[in-house]
Design a protein around this ligand. Structure first.
Ligand code: SF4
Ligand code: SF4
Length: 288
């Protein structure tokens, strides 16, 4: 089963949840840090990195001997990464997503692809956890291709936990796509609720089953709870605010290490996810 952990905004406790869930399992677990612009799961999962895989995207290079400046490449590039002038073709590497459409469709076969390094995929182990993280190069904007390369390491035989980037934009969509369940981590504040509502819209559009975890549940107001009840969204876990949790987190001590009683709570969470998945599966069988 692949479980993604997402949140509408940063700082809600997404990494706290994903690392705690992974550390609560005894074996057969993978943790993927797909928050490639700011990966920080490694602070809690102190994996020995055994393999490093440079990540590339293919960037077009124009052969001006063959090019007749027809403009087709600029026409097909939805990212505006190519401009064709009267006697020149400009490629804006920073905008290129490496999709290959321009080289595939060039009628003159005047485009060849060269690799541009965008970051690295690190792979290692910590206790029972197989740990994989993507790190985007500083100044690089192309998170989605690197996230896809991190996800190529998914082993479907294991329980896979994906720490997704915050927000609801492209990197999040790429991270949560094809996951079996998504945990949305939020906090009970007006900002938290606003971002949760946006995340819920995304989940429903992508048809990904999901549930909510309220972090620092005893601070703020009751609006998040009311919203979840009204929308029939399961609240799978509440994590109260505790100064000691914040201190442990700031020192890089995982929650389940500082408070071992949370291990059972995270295993309960996993069981709740399995029950929801099973009931969805049963419903789909009945409706066939
Ligand atoms: S599509 Fe090919 S031939 Fe046409 S402008 Fe682009 S590179 Fe040149
Ligand atoms: S590879 Fe894709 S994104 Fe890059 S320039 Fe060509 S069409 Fe545009």
């Amino acid at each position: 089963m692949i479980i993604s952990v997402a949140s509408g905004k940063g700082g809600t406790g997404k990494t706290l949840v994903s690392t705690s869930l992974a550390l609560s399992m005894e074996n057969n677990v993978q943790l993927l840090d797909c928050d490639v612009e700011e990966p920080n799961a490694h602070i809690f999962i102190k994996a020995e990195i055994k393999n490093k895989y440079p990540a590339f995207i293919p960037i077009p290079q124009i052969d001006k001997e063959k090019c007749n400046f027809c403009g087709k490449c600029a026409e097909v590039c939805v990212y505006n990464a190519i401009a064709v002038l009267k006697q020149d073709v400009l490629v804006f590497k920073e905008l290129c997503h490496g999709c290959g459409a321009c080289s595939f469709l060039c009628p003159q076969k005047a485009i060849r692809e060269i690799n541009k390094e965008i970051g690295v995929v690190n792979k290692g182990n910590f206790k029972a956890i197989e740990f994989i993280e993507g790190k985007l190069n500083i100044g690089e904007a192309m998170a989605p291709p690197l996230i896809r390369q991190v996800k190529e390491h998914i082993n479907a035989e294991k329980t896979v936990i994906i720490d997704a980037p915050p927000g609801t934009s492209c990197p999040v969509i790429v991270s949560i796509t094809e996951t079996d369940f998504c945990l949305l981590v939020t906090e009970p504040t007006p900002f938290g609720l606003n971002d949760l509502i946006l995340s819920v819209e995304v989940m429903r559009k992508l048809k990904i089953p999901f549930g909510v975890i309220i972090n620092r549940c005893d601070l703020g107001d009751e609006e998040t709870q009311k919203y979840c009840t009204k929308e029939n969204i399961p609240i799978l876990m509440n994590i109260p605010f505790k100064k000691e949790i914040a201190i442990a987190y700031s020192k890089g001590t995982p929650l389940v290490e500082a408070f071992p009683e949370y291990k059972n709570k995270f295993m309960d969470l996993l069981n709740k996810i399995k029950v929801i998945k099973r009931s969805e599966w049963e419903k789909s069988i009945i409706s066939q």
